[in-house]
Design a binder for this molecule. Structure first.
Ligand SMILES: Cc1ncc(COP(=O)(O)O)c(C=O)c1O
Length: 368
């Protein structure tokens, strides 16, 4: 049978696997860091209204520059960070994955490289490969924090064109202190200069503040965000970035014309009208995240400090076997390939109870 490798695909794609978090039909799905709460009914109604309006104009292309949406996103960022952000600082795309892709198409590409400090979000490496950008895996400490000296050395030696810093980091949950981000930014500027992308997909769940104010006076610093997590709208596919206006102009060189559909723009605008309600769920999820940490520690697991809506825990001799045993009890968590560790997303209190019951049973099984 003809397979991928029988086709004349690019050499760097040969033998590789696509992104593949399993989408299994099990009672409790805590594996992709989604928000467990469906959108509230008044918002569903508002989306229907806005989409109905948009549908009347679907014979036309959408606003190519998504100005109204970017204006509302800029307001949200200003309100939540206390740092004045305007429409010229904001760009939006289909999920922050597309934002990252556009950044790599603009600042990476053939003959260029990007670095991330792993374990981290696997798509940074995968999108790099997809855009022909060489991928460099930078180091982390044993406790999954960034080893600043080693990271600075890796930047100086490799002179990457793009540096990814994920805070809070996925899959570990660890936040990166602003001083470390600033030091890495300086290291990256001294080496090349290069673009530093701070991926803040989970920032709303963090104990600390967004690093957004750092874009001031740093045109090579980009903060990327998403509506997939805190806004509970992973199905919407809306990501965005905040940066110097020159970065927003630059990504428009590679974006496909009319990349953000009128339906997407209408839906995202409706969600932004309900920011206060949606962010109310974030507080509940943070409390549930903290409960998971406490309970897992009490059960004797090793738990990585988390600033996100998920928790990394271990250690397991065979994490994949443990993943399977938890799945056998109807709970899907994530095996990110970090040796001895698994990751669980904070769900509803009932879902988290089901997960805790499952791991409690495993502990009992081990001790008998
Ligand atoms: C660190 C990080 N960045 C970006 C994304 C992608 O989010 P989006 O749904 O906006 O494409 C994820 C999704 O899990 C993530 O973990």
């Amino acid at each position: 049978m003809t397979g991928i490798d029988d086709l004349p695909v690019r050499d760097e794609l040969r033998g590789k696997s696509p992104y593949g978090a399993p989408q299994l039909d099990v009672p409790v799905r805590l594996n992709t860091n989604e928000n467990p709460y469906p959108l509230p009914e008044p918002l569903v109604e508002r989306i229907a209204e806005r989409v109905r309006e948009a549908a009347r104009n679907l014979n036309r292309y959408p606003d190519r520059d998504a100005v109204e949406l970017r204006t509302r996103l800029a307001e949200y960022l200003t309100d939540t960070s206390g740092h004045e952000v305007g429409v010229a600082n904001v760009w939006a795309a289909n999920g922050s994955n597309e934002v990252i892709q556009q950044l790599l198409q603009t600042f990476g590409g053939p003959g260029r490289t990007a670095i991330g400090f792993e374990p981290s979000y696997s798509m940074h490496g995968l999108i790099s490969r997809g855009t022909g950008t060489g991928w460099i895996s930078g180091p982390r400490n044993e406790d999954f924090t960034i080893d600043l000296a080693a990271a600075e050395k890796a930047i100086a030696e490799n002179q990457p064109d793009v540096v990814f810093i994920t805070t809070p980091n996925n899959p570990t949950g660890t936040a990166v202190p602003p001083e470390t981000v600033l030091a890495l930014y300086e290291a990256a500027q001294a080496a090349k200069p290069s673009m530093v992308v701070v991926d803040e997909a989970y920032i709303e769940f963090s104990h600390g503040d967004s690093l957004l104010p750092l874009i001031e006076g740093r045109p090579n610093l980009v903060v990327s965000r998403t509506m997939s997590k805190a806004f509970g709208a992973a199905g919407l596919r809306l990501g965005y970035l905040a940066a110097h206006p020159a970065v927003v102009d630059a990504v428009q060189l590679v974006r496909l014309p009319y990349h953000l559909s009128a339906v997407t723009q209408a839906t995202a605008l409706a969600a932004l009208e309900h920011t206060a309600t949606l962010l109310g769920y974030v507080e509940q999820l943070k409390a549930e995240r903290d409960r998971l940490v406490t309970e897992l520690l009490a059960l004797g697991y090793e738990v990585t400090a988390s600033d996100a809506n998920f928790v990394q825990f271990g250690r397991f001799e065979d994490s994949h076997e443990t993943w399977r045993k938890i799945l056998d009890r109807g709970v899907l968590v994530r095996d990110n390939g970090v040796p001895g560790r698994l990751r669980v997303t904070a769900g509803t209190p009932e879902e988290n109870d089901a997960f805790l019951d499952a791991v409690r049973e495993l502990k009992k099984e081990q001790s008998t």
